[in-house]
Design a protein around this ligand. Structure first.
Ligand code: AMP
Ligand code: MG
Length: 284
């Protein structure tokens, strides 16, 4: 396994570009990866190892010196797009000590009493950590927009508020990896059916998922607005097809690796005299 920085063709292929249309996306495609599931398995294993190495380096780099950098993985996608699988398989490959995971559901009364970014700020990763958002502040311009949970002028102002917020995070040393996960309606139906067919998956099933599914055209429009209005040079979006889970996992692995390699991390030097300590230890 090489540890040289190599930009994966996947990273380039999934980057959202101005003008890209959600409606044109093929959720079963594997952009930047020319192979099948069996070909991906050894690549995934090697890249998961690389990710684990880099995560340790990120964690170490914040120790004993003033390096406040962190990474925030933002996972947005419809039900059954595979967000949980990314957390289990991709994030699961690294040391949990350095991970701060938060799932964002329907806001509690306390959360609703505050600005929509209040609960988000409280969940940000500390220096040296990888934060993982399973849903995020983007719900406040997705489900909230689709269901008119607040007036249009309120959600309409949030795109600029989100951009300003993310600018602040990036200026503070955070690297954002924003991933929009797209599953086809057919594959979503298959995945939801599996939850109904298997009693060990009932806990994942929510009758409301069907109501959201029926609003796919409205969601498509809301996702398009998110991509058009909040993909910035400092916090760009990535659009990942998710019908083939082996592909989406590999894609998110590559995105995290790229983000971490871009930090040019190094282990902190000893803040003690190594030879003197070795001598002291041996004599102890
Ligand atoms: P799950 O991720 O399957 O546990 O579902 C969480 C649910 O909470 C999804 O239907 C989300 O759309 C919903 N949700 C998350 N954030 C918000 C929000 N800010 N306002 C309303 N609903 C939300
Ligand atoms: Mg769900």
């Amino acid at each position: 396994m090489s540890s040289d920085p190599v930009t994966s063709p996947i990273v380039d292929a999934v980057r959202f570009r101005a003008g890209d249309k959600v409606a044109d996306l093929n959720p079963s495609a594997t952009p930047g990866f020319d192979g099948a599931k069996a070909d991906a398995a050894p690549v995934q294993a090697a890249r998961s190892n690389r990710l684990a190495e880099l995560q340790e380096l990120l964690y170490a780099s914040s120790k004993g010196r003033d390096d406040a950098r962190s990474v925030l993985l933002v996972l947005q996608g419809m039900d059954a797009a595979g967000k949980g699988g990314i957390v289990k398989h991709v994030v699961g490959a690294v040391n949990p000590m350095g991970v701060r995971y938060t799932a964002f559901g329907k806001p509690t009364p306390e959360e609703l009493a505050h600005d929509f970014l209040w609960r988000i700020r409280r969940a940000l990763p500390p220096p040296g950590h990888i934060g993982v958002f399973d849903r995020s502040h983007y719900e406040d311009v997705l489900i909230v927009r689709v269901h008119n949970l607040v007036p249009p002028e309120v959600w309409g102002a949030r795109y600029d508020e989100i951009n300003a917020f993310e600018r602040e995070l990036v200026d503070g040393g955070m690297t954002l990896v924003k991933v929009a996960m797209f599953i086809s309606l057919d594959e979503q139906k298959k995945q939801l059916l599996e939850r109904l067919d298997d009693p060990t998956k009932y806990w994942k099933y929510n009758p409301g998922d069907i109501d959201e599914r029926l609003k796919w055209p409205q969601y498509q429009e809301a996702y398009q607005a998110v991509l058009d209005r909040t993909s910035t040079d400092y916090a760009p979006w990535h659009v990942v097809p998710c019908d083939r889970r082996w592909y989406s996992r590999l894609a998110v692995t590559e995105l995290l690796i790229e983000a971490l390699e871009g930090l040019d991390l190094s282990y902190p030097p000893a803040n003690f005299d190594v030879d003197a300590e070795r001598k002291r230890l041996l004599e102890s």
